[in-house]
Design a protein around this ligand. Structure first.
Ligand SMILES: [Zn+2]
Length: 149
């Protein structure tokens, strides 16, 4: 398993990379143009992480709300989805200590994203990986966290 290291405010954050779906940008060569979002849980002092393209993830969110906003009951949406749409909570977390997510709420969000064809920005494989990571976190009694890159 490869590791991913980030230096921020004089602190070192090391992630054990379960999956990294970012690709080097064709223009600047930097993976995801530097917008690498990380989803992880901590277990035995290791951060088990999925790294994904935050720019694409946001485009998936925008498309979800553009397609569904008129037909869904907004109040009943998972908190993760509301925070995403309202640019608060996890959506606004740039600290590598991470923003803790409610696992059931996050899994409900993954199901909603699955119900909408977002393949251009967010593949079924990526959704499967996120679901598996969240499920593992729950099995281990660990906290699921996310940070914006
Ligand atoms: Zn770029």
């Amino acid at each position: 398993m490869t590791t991913h290291e980030i230096q921020s405010d004089g602190q070192r954050f090391i992630f054990q990379v379960v999956k990294n779906t970012t690709k080097p940008c064709p223009v600047c060569g930097v993976p995801a143009c530097g917008k690498e979002d990380i989803l992880w849980y901590e277990h035995n002092q290791h951060r088990m992480a999925i790294i994904f393209d935050g720019g694409y993830f946001d485009l998936a969110g925008q498309e979800f709300f553009r397609k569904k906003l008129k037909t869904i009951n907004y109040d009943s949406l998972p908190e993760f989805m509301k925070e995403w749409n309202e640019s608060r909570g996890w959506e606004d977390c740039w600290d590598y200590e991470g923003y803790p997510l409610d696992i059931d709420d996050f899994l409900a969000s993954i199901d909603l994203l699955r119900s909408c064809d977002l393949e251009k920005w967010l593949t079924k494989d990526e959704l499967d990986d996120m679901q598996a990571l969240a499920t593992n976190a729950r099995k281990k009694g660990a906290t699921l966290k996310i940070v914006r890159g």
